[in-house]
Design a protein around this ligand. Structure first.
Ligand code: FAD
Length: 430
């Protein structure tokens, strides 16, 4: 890997997401050698992926080069590498570009889509966890309308314009709202020769409410907003299969659809060497103590989505969201320095800053610890918070300008099929 030997202890961080980057920033200018590895050379701002999928933002505006984050940090090394295995006994990791020894290892590998073992759904549905996946979805949505225009089979046309989103969390709700706005504001102008009023957006939730982690007020309001936008909300409905054409559920309800977006769950990205049953807990997360130390080890830490820290307030671990990852990264940065200075580490304390989701133009729900509100003000708060947490001045400017432009013009001009996604609905017919 061409990493020089150093008199400083080597800390290897796997993953340049929210957790990994906040940890790296904390370790800048400290007497350590830091090696950050990621299989992508950019940080992906996942909360805005749905806007890429729906043509509201260009992908570049929600990605930021990891090398730029580390540019002015001495003793920092980034390698574009996929880590395959941890040999804990040798304090060694194996990657696709070679092996590397560590003194301390931090797993910040995040999570991936969880299909709960349903390989048919995995094969035929669309996930939205990475930028390439968001671009695939954007292409598919647009290609569906292009195909719908060409067929004279009404049945097929309806299926091409029927979107099914599984999962009523923030991702599902935000995507459903954005698709409904496209249906209302863009499709009639782009496809005047297609009866786009027949397009349907369905959101399916296994439980009895949307936005389960938020207040009942936020959940109810989100549902109202979606219904006002024409989205069909199906609760207490569990999807059982999807063959690329027909969505079946545990009830009699079925949907003929060319597009199923799976936003129903995530599971931690575990690595070989640490993926035995004794290390993993709920959702494949690694059990860590209050210092983010992986149980059973004294030099391996985990932060963010991949870490499960049981506390009184969060018996199933902290929510798999950006804030716990950022806060754990910062806390671990301080703790690693304390550890090296042979001072006692400080336990992690999660400060819940609230949660929010946007359903569309002027429509959002915000739950702050002491204040819950919905509507236009919530929407502005949502935008401000997302701009604030985006990495990079250019990205903030580009996103801001796009949002102002889209707001004034009722438009989403990134509706481009740059990289076609090859899924031809006709192949699934019969
Ligand atoms: C569509 C979507 C919307 C979301 N919306 C919100 C929201 O509104 N608010 C919110 O708080 N949270 C939201 N989240 C969740 C939030 O993005 C995650 O909780 C957060 O990214 C977790 O941070 P992390 O550092 O643990 O992992 P990540 O940010 O996912 O970073 C993990 C990094 O590890 C790298 N990696 C993984 N495996 C390997 C490997 N083997 N080798 C090398 N590199 C590897 C990945 O490339 C990635 O860069 C959303 C997530 C998604 C998918």
């Amino acid at each position: 890997m061409n990493i020089p030997q150093s008199s400083f202890p080597r800390i290897v961080i796997i993953g340049g997401g929210f957790g990994g980057i906040s940890l790296a920033k904390k370790l800048s200018k400290k007497e350590v050698q830091v090696v950050l590895l990621d299989k992508h050379n950019y940080h992906n701002f996942q909360p805005l992926l749905y806007q890429v999928s729906t043509g509201g933002l260009e992908p570049d505006s929600i990605a930021y080069p990891i090398r730029k984050v580390l540019q002015n940090y001495p003793n920092f090394f980034f390698r574009l590498a996929e880590v395959n295995e941890v040999i804990t006994k040798e304090k060694l990791i194996k990657t696709n570009i070679g092996d590397l020894k560590y003194d301390y290892l931090v797993l910040a590998t995040g999570s991936e889509t969880n299909f709960f073992g349903n390989s048919e759904i995995e094969k035929n549905s669309m996930a939205m966890k990475t930028i390439p996946q968001a671009l695939n979805l954007r292409s598919l949505i647009l290609e569906n309308f292009e195909q719908a225009l060409l067929t004279d089979d009404l049945h097929e046309r309806d299926a091409l314009m029927n979107f099914v989103i599984v999962g009523g969390g923030p991702t599902g709700v935000e995507l459903a709202g954005a698709l409904a706005e496209i249906k209302k504001g863009i499709l009639p102008k782009d496809y005047p020769d297609l009866d786009t009023r027949r397009a349907q957006i369905n959101i399916i939730q296994a439980g009895d409410c949307l936005l389960k982690g938020m207040s009942s007020k936020a959940s109810k309001k989100a549902e109202d907003f979606l219904e006002k936008l024409g989205v069909q909300v199906w609760k207490n409905t569990r999807v059982t299969s999807y063959d690329g054409k027909l969505v079946t559920t545990k009830t009699d309800l079925t949907f003929e659809s060319a597009t199923l977006v799976w936003a129903a769950g995530v599971q931690a990205v575990s690595l070989k060497g640490l993926n035995a049953k004794e290390f993993l807990t709920y959702s494949n997360r690694l059990k860590v103590n209050e210092f983010n130390l992986v149980e059973g080890f004294d030099t391996i830490f985990a932060i963010g989505d991949v870490a499960l820290m049981e506390t009184e307030d969060c018996p199933y671990g902290h929510p798999m969201m950006a804030q716990p990852a950022i806060q754990q990264g910062k806390c671990l940065g301080d703790n690693l320095v304390r550890l090296l200075e042979e001072k006692p580490m400080k336990p992690f304390e999660y400060k819940d800053k609230g949660s929010m989701a946007t359903i569309g133009r002027n429509k959002a729900v915000v739950d702050l610890p002491n204040f819950k509100f919905q509507g236009v003000f919530a929407w502005f708060v949502w935008m401000f918070v997302h701009l604030f947490f985006l990495i990079g001045f250019r990205n903030r400017m580009v996103v801001f300008i796009n949002w102002v432009y889209n707001y004034i013009r009722f438009d989403r001009e990134a509706r481009l099929i740059i990289r076609p996604y090859r899924k031809n609905y006709s192949q699934f017919k019969d």
